[in-house]
Design a protein. Structure first.
Length: 537
């Protein structure tokens, strides 16, 4: 047996051994399966087996009712299944795959990719740090879990999800109504098989008594107590400021000084079995509570709905400026305050260098120079992130704007999309093309008649006007999810035609995939000839 497979089963046998991390005798196996019309063998989308105590073997049951079908993946359907397997049955299924490349945990084989065994991995519970894998693990709330994983690196049979990320989001939402698995947020795990061993042998808790950090340890009532090593250290500004290590069987113990600032890191190590039994990652404790008291004003403010309205119909309840209070230590008197300010300034400078946060037009008379700077920054983003495509979403988007931006993508054939509402700035309100349809034709003619050879250019320009589309306001530059990276989105803060001309902020935004999915939904809705402005080639 190859060394990777050998160590995989050594880890499996260690974690499954009675009393090491729990008293497991069964696994609950949750499988997300894809079916293709006209094909007999289903495909594994994702599977997770969670170790259980006192489980009872059960036949496979379908949790999803009718098969799930997705708008963007015609010819495919999906199901969610649950079965309870003994430790021996799951181990045999894993061994059969690793020796014969056949995955058959139940009565019928399931098609999987080329899976690579991964060394055991400890996943702590979420704290001030969020651990992405907890979106897939079951009830990892206490001391954490060990996982073993068979990893589908190439994901050849699941490429449709990377071409249509909105379909993956739709599937994830449907699955989340059945079982708590957020697969859209961890597309790198598609096709994988995870085996989860929750830490049930002990319960460990880290805390503070005001002067020292302490740890409390209790054992599972049916597992014999053994000596464990508990370690704690505090970090601030990337430096270690407090450290302690003790051995204990159970009960409470002091570990190190609590300096009243910094983040606590703790761990429980089982030297006998050479495994972690608990990790506390970046714990912070409350030293200060701020509160405000505000008195409501008896008279509301009344304002009209618009400048031409005859009456003031809108009432706004007002409040006086609140008085502030603190319980505990004043954070401004702590040494962490000047450090926090310095870190903020460093982070802001870093964001500016990476163009994650840049503002324009903030200086008097900066209009001409900031216009060119803003365009250069947008072009730089397209050059850096547009290798797999770039989508421009702007209600005022016009031919000059596309020429100024997407035309500058240096990657040959990168698929680019532009979506407009054919709106006009006020200065262009006397445009010669008075209707949106005539403007659509005029825009198409302008782009078609540009000089040049359009070599390597791959752009489709659509309008969202008409009965199939809907209005939008925000302006985004979107780089869609690919096989190699997740989606990235920048808010432009203004339309492309106004970049740098007045104050606005170019800022990378969170929840990029949700914005990309919203763009994709509107893009698909206006997939009609009357909405197409121009295509190249």
């Amino acid at each position: 047996m190859p060394s990777g497979q050998s160590s995989f089963f050594e880890d499996f046998d260690l974690l499954a051994r009675q009393g090491v991390v729990g008293l497991f005798d069964h696994f609950e196996l949750i499988e997300i399966i894809r079916y293709q019309d006209g094909h007999s063998q289903p495909v594994n989308v994702f599977s997770i087996a969670v170790a259980l105590e006192d489980g009872v073997a059960k036949a496979t049951e379908k949790l999803s009712g009718e098969r799930i079908r997705l708008a963007g993946m015609k010819g495919y359907s999906f199901g969610v299944f649950r079965s309870v397997l003994t430790v021996g049955v799951l181990r045999q299924a894993l061994q059969t795959y690793l020796t014969m490349q056949t995955w058959k945990p139940g009565d019928l084989p399931v098609s999987v990719g080329e899976l690579t065994p991964v060394a055991k991995n400890f996943v702590p519970p979420d704290s001030s740090t969020e651990f992405p894998l907890n979106r897939l693990l079951k009830n990892n709330f206490f001391n954490g879990s060990y996982i073993l994983e068979l990893f589908d690196v190439r994901k050849q049979s699941l490429q449709g999800f990377f071409k249509e990320p909105a379909a993956l989001q739709q599937l994830s939402e449907a699955i989340s109504e059945i079982v708590p698995l957020g697969i859209a947020a961890l597309s790198d795990r598609l096709g994988n098989i995870i085996v989860q061993f929750p830490i049930e042998a002990i319960r460990a808790r880290f805390g503070t008594n005001g002067t020292e950090y302490i740890a409390e340890l209790a054992w599972h009532p049916n597992i014999a107590e053994r000596k464990l090593t508990i370690t704690a250290h505090t970090e601030h500004d990337k430096s270690t400021i407090s450290f302690g290590q003790e051995q204990i069987g159970s009960g409470s113990i002091s570990l190190c000084t609590d300096p009243n600032y910094g983040l606590l890191h703790g761990s429980v190590w089982d030297a006998e079995n050479k495994i972690l039994l608990a990790v506390a990652a970046e714990h912070a404790f409350i030293n200060t509570i701020a509160f405000g008291i505000a008195m409501a004003a008896p008279e509301p403010r009344t304002i009209p709905t618009n400048i031409d309205a005859p009456n003031a119909d809108i009432r706004i309840q007002l409040a006086h400026s609140p008085s502030q209070g603190l319980v505990g230590k004043d954070p401004k008197s702590s040494i962490t305050e000047p450090t926090r300010k310095r870190v903020y300034e460093e982070e802001l400078a870093s964001l500016l260098r990476q163009r994650k946060f840049v503002q324009y037009g903030a200086r008097p008379g900066s209009g001409t120079s900031d216009r060119q700077r803003a365009l250069n920054d947008v072009r730089s983003l397209i050059k850096s992130h547009g290798k797999n495509g770039a989508w421009l979403w702007d209600p005022f988007l016009a031919p000059q704007d596309i020429l100024d931006t997407l035309f500058h993508n240096p990657t040959m054939g990168a698929p680019m999309r532009a979506l407009t509402l054919l709106k006009l700035p006020e200065i262009d309100s006397d445009d010669a093309a008075p209707t949106k349809n005539s403007r659509r034709l005029a825009y198409g003619n302008t782009l078609s008649n540009l000089p040049g050879n359009f070599h390597g250019l791959n752009i489709e320009f659509r309008s969202a006007h008409g009965p199939k589309g809907w209005d939008f306001h925000d302006r985004f530059l979107i780089f869609p999810k690919s096989n190699d990276d997740h989606a990235k989105v920048w808010s432009l803060g203004t339309s492309v035609n106004s970049l740098g001309k007045s104050h606005h902020i170019l800022q990378q935004v969170e929840n990029a995939q949700l914005i990309a999915d919203a763009f994709q939904s509107l893009w698909q809705a206006v997939d009609h000839c009357e909405n197409v402005i121009w295509k190249c080639p």
